[in-house]
Design a protein around this ligand. Structure first.
Ligand code: CTP
Length: 399
């Protein structure tokens, strides 16, 4: 890939970006503009990528350097992208190595603008962004609101973080026709059902499987909504997240959006029961010397309850975390909840279930077939599940 760096203070973060991308296995060819070199040195990037940094359109590498870079790149990312660079990219200028390479490529291009917030909101900058996005098809990621270098301004101007840029590059590379433009809903994490203001009934779900699915679906080009119970994980970049606490709140959030969804994946570990009568103030030890009984009532079954409100022809996927009779139970859930696939896993198996980074799952289908998958990371399991969902989507749209 080509990583273009232009002259803004956020260029210091691009060193980390170049390093992260290299560690992920990318061959990162860095191109610095003249003003970028006022902020960061070519040698710094060479140190983290192991490849000489390019700066000149006319160099010892030969006159056709930009043609070779443009042809060989699988993706081009410019981070930070300054106001001046955006103006030149919008005009199709060919006055330095980076802009010329953009003209010479047909690879996807990801731009990560960064500048003062007043500059960013200027009509001309906005017009340039609009042009590179809608006319030239470049992805524009960020900027976001947050602390800017010259401690002033509260509007958007700050470059997105290197880890988020990595995700955006992944999306530029990973788009698949089955998912591009599709709406995907995920439920994830546990729910917490209050006993009193400080205590709850819950479970050990970390949310990792659902978050991995949300991240992977976005990378494939989907518009993703993640309805998440309490989880310590960061919201995946690009995904629209709705945070909820209880099963009833999760049910409401799902009902609000599900009619528009092409795919719904129910990965949340919803608490099946909630305290019937949550107390308004903390239950004191002295008030219950005989012990404390908490009566529980049933929560809504979110997956099942959504059957009649799902978009016709959409795909629904559920999970079944079991300790006994895995396949039998998974088949029952497929039918009861009107699902197209159930991802079954055995909570007692090593490397499966809550709190681990890995999972061992079996895909169960309505025709009764079962497909066991090997032990893999949750990120890999997410890709496997989406491969199968993508095939179902392609089938339904006659593809
Ligand atoms: N699910 C849901 N709402 C619930 C319970 C479960 O949407 N109140 C979804 C889960 O997200 C999962 C699937 O249904 O996709 C199966 O969840 P699981 O807890 O295994 O099933 P239950 O219906 O609770 O059945 P049981 O308690 O008998 O195992």
């Amino acid at each position: 890939m080509v990583l273009g760096v232009t002259g803004g203070i956020a260029a210091y973060k691009s060193i980390q970006l170049a390093r992260d991308l290299t560690r992920l296995g990318a061959e990162v060819q860095v191109v610095l503009t003249r003003s970028a070199q006022k902020f960061v040195a070519p040698l710094t990037f060479e140190g983290v990528t192991g490849r000489p940094t390019l700066t000149d359109l006319f160099s010892a590498e030969g006159a056709a350097l930009h043609i070779r870079l443009g042809r060989e790149a699988d993706v081009i990312c410019v981070a930070p992208a300054t106001a001046d660079f955006l103006a030149r990219a919008a005009q199709g200028r060919a006055d330095d190595l980076l802009c010329t390479t953009l003209l010479a490529t047909r690879a996807p291009v990801v731009l990560c603008p960064a500048m003062n917030d007043k500059m960013f909101s200027h009509r001309q900058v906005q017009a340039n962004l609009e042009h590179v996005h809608t006319e030239l098809g470049y992805s524009v990621e960020g900027p976001v609101a947050g602390a800017l270098a010259v401690g002033e301004g509260e509007g958007p101007g700050r470059m997105i973080e290197p880890s988020q840029i990595v995700q955006a590059i992944g999306r530029a590379l990973g788009r698949s026709p089955d998912f591009t433009g599709r709406r995907v809903l995920l439920t994830a994490g546990p729910t917490q059902e209050p006993i009193d203001p400080v205590r709850y009934v819950g479970n050990r779900s970390s949310g990792r499987m659902g978050y991995a699915l949300a991240e992977a679906a976005w990378r494939r080009g989907a518009e993703v909504t993640l309805v998440s119970g309490p989880s310590s994980l960061d919201a995946p970049y690009g995904v629209s997240i709705v945070r909820v606490g209880t099963a009833v709140e999760m049910d409401r959030a799902v009902r609000d959006v599900i009619a528009k969804m092409d795919v719904s994946i129910f990965a949340a570990a919803v608490a099946d029961f909630r305290p019937t009568d949550p107390k308004g103030s903390k239950v004191k030890r002295a008030a219950s010397p005989e012990g404390l009984a908490v009566h529980l009532e049933e929560n809504p079954d979110i997956a099942k309850g959504s059957r009649d409100v799902r978009k016709p022809g959409s795909i629904a996927v559920g999970f079944a975390l079991e300790t006994d009779d895995l396949i039998e139970n998974a088949r029952g859930k497929l039918e009861r909840k009107g699902l197209d696939l159930v991802v079954a896993n055995d909570a007692t198996e090593d490397g499966a279930g809550f709190g681990t980074d890995t999972n061992v799952v079996t895909i169960v289908r309505p025709d009764g077939s079962t497909e066991p998958l090997p032990l893999q990371s949750k990120a890999e399991v997410a890709e496997e599940i989406l491969d199968r969902v993508g095939a179902l989507l392609a089938d339904r749209s006659g593809g």
